[in-house]
Design a protein around this ligand. Sequence first.
Ligand SMILES: [Fe+2]
Length: 476
Amino acid sequence: MSNMPELGFGQATPELVLDRLPVQGSLPDWLHGTLLRNGPGTFRVGQQQYRHWFDGLAMLHKFSFGPGRVSYANKFLATKSYQEAQATGRIAYSEFATDPCRSLFGRVMAVFSPQITDSAKVSLARLAGQFLALAETPIQVAFDPETLETVGVFNYEPGLVGQMTTVHPHFDEAHDTAYNLVTRYHRISHYRIYSVRPGRDNQRLAQIPTKQPAYMHSFGMSQNHFILTEFPLVVNPLNLLLWLRPYIENFRWQPQRGTPFWVINRHTGQLVGRFDSDPFFAFHHVNAFEEGNELVVDLVAYPDASIVNAYYLNRLHDPQAELPFGQLRRYRLPLGGGRARYELLSEACMELPRFDYERYNTNSQYRYVYAVSVNPQQRQGFYNQLVKVDARTGRVQTWHETDCYPGEPVFVGSPGRVAEDDGVILSVVLDAGQGTSFLLVLDAQSFAERARATLPHPVLFGYHGDYFPAEPLLPR
Ligand SMILES: [Fe+2]
């Protein structure tokens, strides 16, 4: 019986700094840079357990590549949530699906001042010249990419209660402006798009009012449009402001609402229109682009929001449990008016999708999407393979190894490449048979293994990260 659930959803691993990991195979000689990853560093504090994959205390991981070698370091983000957990041995802050145990008095107090986590563990980005650990709470934590030390906190708007954001900002073509969605909860709530530029105040570009805001983990951006895909997993904002139960458990699935796409002109902030579709749910948008008079939106879709419940840790610890499959859909929005319709680009199960963002976002020429996946012959458990899907032909390439559980595949293009997929895929893989993790390096074209660098410990299942080329990571 595989020990996967305990290894991937268990307790903290030690903080390490390792100058050189053992490497099998050969690393590309052009790979000089750093893969930074974020995710939960523990699902346990003292005797207490978090409840959901999206809970936990943030830990950063860093893999730096030099000629033929890989170094590694990992460190907990030094947030108040972490420090209080360390000091008291108890969970002190509210997470996605976990609230701290409170006395009745504490519960009443929480109405006025919910202690929302500052443990920004979902993703990371270089925004406005800073490296930030990102969370859906608008508390973004700056860190030093060399030492992984925590250096400060960054907000979209003053005040923390009553707003949520996404961990998937978009970047403009010059990569100097970032855009993100913030949902502000009130009697009438608003979806707001912000721009963030170095040296400037954050600017609100657009807003859409709503009475029942949706849970949106990401949004779309094309050359000329922002796309808010309003999944019918919605909340009465009063319930969220009262915070009587953990964040996500305030949301309800209301399929009768369908899933409308709200399209905003990226340059003017004006609403272009609303395009209705049948109900579906997604965490992740992939690419979006304009083609003729249509707006094309690719995303990893589910028929409903049951995937959110499938990620509760008691389900993930059940060796018989099966994850609902996310699948790559291509929605077409007729900009002249009408309903959105979609085609399925692949039957493969997909989640944590990545593509060559630098080169192909906003461009219809892109073809390849990389993702974690479930092997159809081995459906029980967790994501146990990587896939590469050709969005043009539907061809699927797979990397799979018995009792191995790969994380988000990050594409790194080779310098001066012509082919879109000329490069490598980097993925942190839990090897449940060995009880440790390794960094897998795949050739992105053939999807064959080029190298692996082995860690001395298992890494808990994380979410997102990114690769940064070897330029000095911070100005010196
Ligand atoms: Fe995500």
